[in-house]
Design a protein around this ligand. Structure first.
Ligand code: GTP
Length: 351
């Protein structure tokens, strides 16, 4: 995840750098036309510096790339203001670079803040040193427009950098929320998060006076699958089975990995008869699931325990009751669903 974020960040910085290189290249004839030949020559070096920065960033030397372009901006801002005065607005690029430097996480926080503050200090020093310099070249009547243009163009990298940080923050937030809620292997909800969701569903169902059921399923003889085909195949079985569970449940159901080869399905707004028909259809879908995509000749069955969640029961209570029913499915020969009741009802005996 961290590498992807870094990749995205530097991809965007490369775009800013290409934009900057193009602006510097375009200014070469511009400076030449107004008679500022030294600045035209300086811009050739500036364009080359930006191209070098892009090359360094693309070749995995991101910190060096950022340093090269930072030095370029400092030199360019000082030179432009020394030759043409501060009214041209070239000093505003120092603000852009001070923002961009902060996204280099490889640089220590203290150094990044130090460099950024130095750039702002240079910005202030430029006013002290060069605000008295009068613009000596042609087209002086357009000075105000040049200043406005420079301020606007310098603003783009700052907004781009902030937008980038915002995007990364939001993406990381959703990734972290996903990691906290989901099982790494199967992508199903994990036990802790499933419990929270089940409680919310149960409260909603109780308020609306709707029935709710909970099923626990456990793969039969999963140890044998691991022993016979290997742990990696076992993992693939867990992933394929999770997919089958999702395909045969409603969006409002909660499907979660409860433990190693144990899964839970919470079914809101459903009575026990309809729920048992649903679980039975899931059980036969698992039996007929094309397990050959995982490994040829592999056959898979699952046992279930199903219980209706009574209003006064806690989440632990209903799970214990469903678990007892599952235990009966196992001890009665597996590949079946047992309904938890005062007298347990086995729906399907293994054939
Ligand atoms: N491949 C894989 N195996 C797992 C994972 N988590 C648990 N297991 C395995 O699941 C197996 C569970 O074995 P048992 O508890 O003996 O149950 P079983 O073989 O399924 O037998 P019954 O439940 O009695 O039908 C163990 O071998 C665990 O190593 C996992 O994430 N990946």
């Amino acid at each position: 995840m961290f590498e992807q974020v870094e990749e995205l960040k530097f991809k965007i910085i490369v775009r800013v750098a290409i934009f900057a290189a193009a602006i510097h290249a375009a200014l070469i004839p511009g400076f030449y036309v107004i008679g500022a030949t030294p600045l035209a020559i300086l811009n050739i070096f500036s364009t080359l510096s930006w191209l070098l920065g892009i090359w360094l960033i693309k070749n995995n030397r991101q910190s060096w790339g950022l340093r090269v372009v930072s030095v370029e901006v400092v030199v360019h801002s000082i030179a432009a203001c020394a030759f043409m005065g501060t009214e041209t607005g070239f000093q505003f690029y120092l603000w852009s670079v001070s923002c961009i430097l902060m996204v280099d996480y490889k640089m220590r926080m203290g150094s990044a803040v130090g460099f950024s503050l130095t750039l702002i200090a240079i910005f202030a020093a430029i006013y002290i040193l060069f605000s008295g310099v009068a613009y000596p070249y042609a087209y002086g009547e357009f000075l105000r427009y040049i200043e406005v243009a420079n301020i606007l163009v310098a603003g783009v990298p700052m907004i781009y950098t902030l937008a980038l940080i915002r995007r990364i923050t939001l993406e990381q937030r959703s990734t972290l929320a996903d990691m906290a809620a989901k099982d790494f292997l199967t992508g199903l909800y994990n036990r802790r998060f499933a419990k929270e969701l089940m409680l919310k569903l149960h409260n909603r169902c109780s308020t609306a006076e709707q029935p709710m059921c909970v099923a626990i399923g456990d793969i039969d003889y999963f140890k044998q699958i691991n022993d016979q085909y290997g742990h990696e195949v076992g993992d693939k079985v867990l992933v394929a089975l999770s997919q089958t569970l999702l395909e045969h449940t409603r969006a409002s159901d909660v499907v979660a990995r409860w433990g190693g080869e144990e899964f839970i399905i919470a079914l809101p707004n459903i009575d026990i008869d309809t729920a048992s028909a649903r679980i039975e259809s899931i059980r036969s879908a698992i039996k007929t699931m094309d397990a050959r995509q995982v490994s040829p000749e592999l056959s898979l069955t699952m046992s279930f325990g199903l219980s209706q969640w009574q209003p006064q029961q806690s989440v632990e209570d209903v799970i214990n009751v469903a678990d007892d029913a599952l235990y009966r499915s196992k001890s009665n020969g597996r590949d079946q669903t047992t309904l938890a009741a005062s007298a347990p009802v086995t729906l399907t005996q293994v054939t």
